[in-house]
Write a protein that binds this ligand. Structure first.
Ligand SMILES: *Cc1c(COP(=O)(O)O)cnc(C)c1O
Length: 585
């Protein structure tokens, strides 16, 4: 019995009252003095000045409640915040001291700095006028999943580290594979299964490494090379000849993956006339060309929804080529558009995924789960684990050795992993499959509205590629060549004032000769730059071959019909402003 216990034993009521007073003091301390001292002395060795969890339980409840209130206020008013920050680079350093505080600070002071320090430098991705890149979705159930994940904090690299983390992940990814209509071979009950990765890029490089190892093993296996040292020598020789492939519209993460995997990358042309979809014949020609050079194509990224234009590669013709090259690993990058597969009308695409070794879509883009949550599905999980398994003695355990459990560390690059399945679970249960379908439909409907509005002004705009998956890509049409001498042209004489020379046909930038295309690019870029400077909407621009284009994405869950109409009106008025300037010039 220590001194305190002895006193407690002798004077129980005094101590009870004393503890009550102390509790009250702690609440007050959150407001006044900060984190306060520890509530329980822990022997003479303990000189810590802050409780083990940073705050007392009571302080945590108050701080968390206040934070949740502020988060709710943030979401309910995000539309009225400035969408883009209005600060100069390096703004933040000036708002903070040069060193970390020597003594802990009270929570309310920390919380205040969200508004003072952080908010001025935020680009609000959930703002309904954020129509740039692709969306990064957020939702309350997913936020609660993050909160629980942080609370439980288990870097569950193998099953025994917390069986629930592994088992929930397996179950919710099976659910998701079914919702997306993927072939049954991607489910965990067979030889496949799903795993949560941090990002689509991470999924790609992980598969690329597995592809590399599988390719080498098969090639050397056929040559009957088994002696370890010889195998290693030959493997390194072969590695120097490996080539990863993707179309020239494949996301840059494939090229980056090849850098990390230490192999070459070559792109296959995806033509404008094919709406930037990779075609089997072009792929075959590239494979033959590389093979003739003594190189070994071992990996291919195909796209369901490219970043530029949401193009979908021609899976049917690629599948024909794949039959002739069974050693090439095919990965489908469906980072954004994969979410659309929740709609049964797209399940014919899902069924085509039987031709790929791996398929990845990011719920953190369009499917209401907060970053990070990229869902990678694989038909033969052994392909991944054979390449990535390393079992040092300290990771050995009876469960892993029995082979009855999944150790997700063998499906990924890092060892530790977060409990991310919770946020998927919470989202799937909150929305239900039908709720997810209505969410995607909503984005698609307002996306179609935008495309239709664009079509109502084909005098001003040209849509460059078929609008798809809530993305429309367009250019501004160039001014027509003058058909009359300048002196004859008063520009407004009973004519449509929107166009300077109404009797001239409006040329299409996509078909235009080089000079006109250059002019169209310049106009489009001017329109884009003005919209960018005015910061009412956030759009992104892109370059498609030699065409400068603007992308508008309506996949943001907060975007509604009237935001789309406003975006269109802003684009029209900005375009007219730019055209008028050029007409007057
Ligand atoms: C966004 C995107 C990526 C990259 O996603 P990360 O998760 O940020 O790595 C890759 N491919 C496509 C098609 C994308 O749209």
């Amino acid at each position: 019995m220590n001194g305190t216990q002895l006193l407690l034993f002798l004077f129980p009521t005094f101590f009870k009252n004393h503890n009550e007073t102390k509790k009250k003091k702690n609440v007050a301390s959150l407001q006044k003095t900060g984190n306060g001292a520890k509530t329980q002395p822990n022997g003479t060795l303990d000189h810590r000045t802050v409780p083990p969890m940073g705050l007392t339980g009571r302080q945590f409840i108050d701080a968390a409640t206040a934070s949740i209130d502020e988060i709710e206020a943030y979401y309910s008013t995000v539309a009225s915040r400035p969408l883009l920050p209005d600060i100069s680079p390096g703004y933040l350093r000036d708002l903070l001291p040069g060193q970390a505080p020597a003594k802990g600070e009270p929570w309310p002071e920390i919380q205040r700095d969200i508004e003072r320090v952080v908010m001025p430098g935020m680009t609000h991705w959930q703002h309904p006028k954020f129509m740039a890149f692709f969306p990064a979705s957020s939702s309350y159930p997913a936020i609660l999943g993050e909160l629980w994940s942080a609370a439980l904090t288990v870097p569950a690299f193998n099953w025994i580290c917390s069986p629930a983390v592994t088992e929930l992940e397996t179950v919710v990814l099976d659910w998701l594979a079914q919702i997306l209509g993927l072939p049954a071979s991607f489910l965990s009950k067979g030889e496949g299964g799903g795993v949560i990765q941090g990002s689509a890029s991470e999924a790609i490089v992980t598969c690329m490494v597995a592809a590399r190892e599988r390719y080498i093993k098969r090639q050397l296996g056929r040559q009957g090379i088994t002696e370890p040292e010889e195998f290693e020598d030959k493997a390194y020789e072969l590695r120097s000849k490996l080539v990863a492939l993707g179309s020239d519209h494949t996301h840059s993460s494939t090229k980056k993956g090849a850098i990390i995997a230490g192999t070459r990358f070559r792109s296959v042309e995806a033509l404008r006339s094919d709406a930037f979809a990779l075609k089997g014949e072009n792929l075959r020609a590239k494979i033959e060309e590389l093979t003739a050079q003594g190189l070994h194509p071992y990996y291919l990224t195909v796209c369901l929804g490219t970043t530029n234009t949401a193009a979908v590669d021609d899976f049917a013709s690629i599948a024909e080529v794949a039959k002739d090259y069974p050693d090439i690993w095919i990965h489908c990058d469906a980072a954004y558009a994969g979410s659309a597969l929740v709609l049964p009308e797209y399940h014919h695409i899902s069924q085509q995924m039987a031709m790929v070794d791996s398929f990845d879509m990011s719920m953190h883009k369009w499917l209401l789960v907060n970053f990070d949550c990229s869902c990678l599905f694989i038909q033969k999980r052994r392909d991944l684990t054979d390449a990535l398994t390393i079992t040092p003695a300290y990771l050995r355990n009876q469960y892993t050795d029995s082979g009855l459990v999944t150790d997700y560390r063998d499906w990924q690059i890092p060892m530790g992993r977060r409990f991310r399945a919770l946020k998927i679970w919470f989202v799937l249960r909150t929305w239900g499959v039908e709720g997810l379908q209505r969410h995607i439909e909503h984005s698609m409907n307002i996306g179609s509205l935008f495309a239709n509005l664009m079509c109502s002004r084909l005098d001003l705009f040209e849509i460059t590629t078929p609008p798809a998956f809530a993305l429309t890509v367009f250019t501004v049409k160039p001014l027509p060549k003058r058909t009359r001498a300048l002196s004859d042209d008063d520009g407004t004489n009973g004519a449509d004032p929107r166009r300077p020379w109404p009797d001239a046909p409006v040329p299409s930038p996509l078909q235009a000769d080089e000079g006109l295309r250059h002019a169209a690019n310049q106009l489009t870029e001017e329109v884009y730059t003005l919209i960018e400077q005015r910061k009412e909407f956030f759009l992104t621009s892109t370059v498609l071959g030699d065409v400068y284009a603007i992308r508008v994405v309506s996949g943001n869950a907060f975007a509604d019909e009237h935001h789309i109409r406003q975006a269109f009106a802003t684009i029209v008025s900005t375009t007219e402003e730019v055209l008028a300037k050029h007409r007057d010039a």
